[in-house]
Design a protein around this ligand. Sequence first.
Ligand code: SF4
Length: 358
Amino acid sequence: MKPLHAQYPFLDAAREAVEAADVDLARVVRSDEAVLTRALDRIETALDSGRVGDTHRRDRVELLSYPVARVLVSLVDQHILTRKYAAAEAATAHERLQAAFTEGDDLKSRDRERLTIQTLLTEFGMRQTVRETAEGYAVGVGTYLTYASDKREDQWRLVNRPLQDGEVELTEVELLALVEQAIEQRVADGLPLGVPEAIATHLEAERERLEERLADLDLTRDIDTVVPDLFPPCMSALLDQVQKGEHLEHHSRFAIATFLTTIGLTTDEIVDLFEVNPGFGEEATRYQVDHIRGKTSPTQYSPPACSTMQSYGDCVNKDNLCEQISHPLSYYEAKLDDADEDELIDWREEDEAATSES
Ligand code: SF4
C-alpha cells in the first residue's frame, strides 16, 4: 500500500492494493479502531466542511478507511449523505491534485509517486477524447457533457464554450474540474453497497451516530431557489391548501411558513401567497413569518423533520425519494441537485417575467 493509494483511495490501483493485501473488512471493522475512527471522520468532515479531512499518518489506516466509509454511507443509505460524501472525497482529491501540480518539486523531494494529467485521463477513460493543445486541452464534446452537465455555473454551458470540430477548449484548471466530477462519480458508483450482516452489526453505533448528525444538520445553508415543482409532496400539498383558501392547523401553517422562509422567500412574498387564505390576516401572517425567520425573535426556526411531519399528519403523498431522506429540506435539496438547468427557473423570476410581459 503506497502513499499515493492512501491519498487517492478511489484509484483502481488503490483498490487492487487492498485486494492484494487480502484484507478482511469484517475483521477490520471488528478490531481496527484507528481505521473505523478515520472512516467516521471522513464522513463527518464531509458533512461539516465538504472535505474529508487530513490524512492519517499511517497509509494503511488512511487507505482502509475509504472502503469502510463507503460501507457506513451505504448503511445509512440517505441520498443527501451519499451525495455530500462523494462530493467531499472528490473536492479533497481535487485540492490535492491542484497542490501536487503546482508544488511538484516538493512532492519529488519526498520521493513520492505522482499522478499526472495523463494518468488521470487514463484512469477515468478520457485519454482518447482529450488532447493537449498549445493553449490547454481540447475535449471531445461527449466527454465534456458527461462531466460538465452537473455544473451549474454559466461558464460550463455548452453554448458558452468555443466548440470546434466536436471539441471543447479547456484550460488545465477546467480540465481538473472535470476530473473532479469523474472522481465524484467513481466514489458514488455502486452506493449503497450490499453490506453483509456480520459487518452491519458491528457498525450499528456508527450508523446511528451518522443518522443523528444528519437529522441535526443545518440543511438551510445553500438553498435560495424557489421551484415549486420540486417541492416535497408534503409542502406541495400544504401550499395547495393555502392557495385554495383551506383552513390549516397551526402546525401545518408553521411547517409551510418555515419551509418557504428557509428556501429564500421574503416576508412580503409569503404574505402575498397567504393573502388568498381566509385564515390569514395580513398583520398576523407578517408577525408570524417575521417571528419564524428570527427578525422579531431570538430564534430562526427550521421546518420540521419528516418524523415530526408524520406525527402531525402533515406527511402526505410520499414518493420514492421520501424513503431516502429524513427532512423535507433534504428532499428539496436532492431534487434541486438532480434537476436540469432548464427546470431551475425560480418562481420569483417567472413572476417578474409575467409582470413585465403584461
Ligand atoms: S417523507 Fe418527508 S419529505 Fe416526504 S412527504 Fe413526508 S414529510 Fe415530506
